[in-house]
Design a protein around this ligand. Structure first.
Ligand code: SAM
Length: 291
């Protein structure tokens, strides 16, 4: 029987390959204790005594819904409101003003489509929604939509509940808390008026979303866990989902600058798809294992 305490290097390699195939995430060997701890919880949940038995049942599909639970257990879901505040300052300021000018010039419909890809428990989505609520005057009569997606079902369940407490709210000012949230016991829920344009859906970044025309996509602090091949596939799908002239906002350590083809680099976190005649992402980046 396998040792239930810590994965052996061989066991680690098996789970690591499964995680990579399923999510694109590369687990470094240094994470063996972390991964052992996370998987051990799943073993206990099922009353299993060995990593081997769990792996066999998991990959055979004998534990109903377990692959979803396994992915939940092994992904890192840390997030918080107004994470990397400058990105939201750009969104609420320069981006909305430029879009409004394009609407006035009849170069863009009175609509805004935002995708928060790998949104975890929803803080990024609701931070964007707060920015839109604060620009309500400028956006009167516009069709607004913020789509939040993630591979983790439990994170999305939390996002839909929209109830938060503690450290995640640290960067929300008391004025914003009072204006955009309602007290709920020890925590706070996002007000229905702020939630209105938000929608959540399960999605794996290694697959196409099946929807295009986004004016801006936030995809932050997820590709840091991907290897180059997973990044290449995900970036291709993201570029395809952007409208011509749409923006991609990336995290400080996501490391995809050399995979962005003819996207125009605006700053360290910001890239723009050409307005017309630009190449399409996934279709322009050929080949690959996940593709
Ligand atoms: C660290 S959180 C980042 C959340 C948010 N974007 C932020 O910057 O605060 C990373 C999220 O990526 C998700 N994730 C990991 N692999 C994914 C994949 N292949 N497709 C979609 N989401 C994925 C995880 O479930 C997790 O919720």
């Amino acid at each position: 029987m396998w040792d239930i305490k810590t994965l052996t290097p061989e066991q680690f390699a098996l789970f690591e390959r499964l995680i990579y195939r399923t999510t694109g995430i590369r687990m470094q060997p240094g994470k063996i204790t972390l991964l052992s701890n996370r998987i051990r919880r799943r073993l206990r949940h099922h009353g299993l005594e060995s990593f081997e038995e769990y792996y066999t049942l998991l990959t055979a599909g004998s534990l109903q819904g377990e692959l979803e639970e396994f992915i939940d257990a092994v992904t890192t879901n840390e997030t918080f409101f107004f994470r990397t505040e400058g990105h939201f300052e750009w969104f609420a300021g320069e981006f909305l003003s430029e879009l409004a000018a394009r609407v006035v010039a009849r170069e863009h419909p009175r609509s805004l489509k935002v995708w928060s890809a790998a949104c975890s428990s929803g803080e990024e989505v609701y931070t964007l929604a707060i920015c839109l609520a604060e620009a309500r005057g400028m956006l009167a009569g516009w069709q607004l939509r913020i789509l939040g997606t993630d591979i983790s079902a439990s994170s999305l369940a939390a996002a839909r509940t929209a109830r938060y407490e503690g450290r995640t709210l640290e960067h929300v000012s008391p004025e914003r808390l009072a204006k955009h949230f309602q007290q709920a016991g020890d925590g706070w829920t996002v007000r229905p008026s702020v939630k209105k344009p938000c929608e959540f859906r399960t999605h794996n970044l290694l697959k196409p979303l099946g929807e295009t025309g986004f004016d801006v996509i936030f995809v932050r602090n997820v590709m840091i866990y991907f290897d180059r091949e997973s990044k290449r596939v995900a970036v291709g799908h993201l570029i395809d989902a952007l409208a011509p002239g749409g923006y991609l906002v990336v995290g400080p350590a996501d490391g995809i600058y050399d995979l962005l083809g003819d996207m125009e680099r605006r700053s360290s976190f910001l890239y723009r798809k050409p307005l017309a005649g630009g190449r399409s992402g996934a279709s322009a980046i050929s080949g690959g294992r996940h593709g």
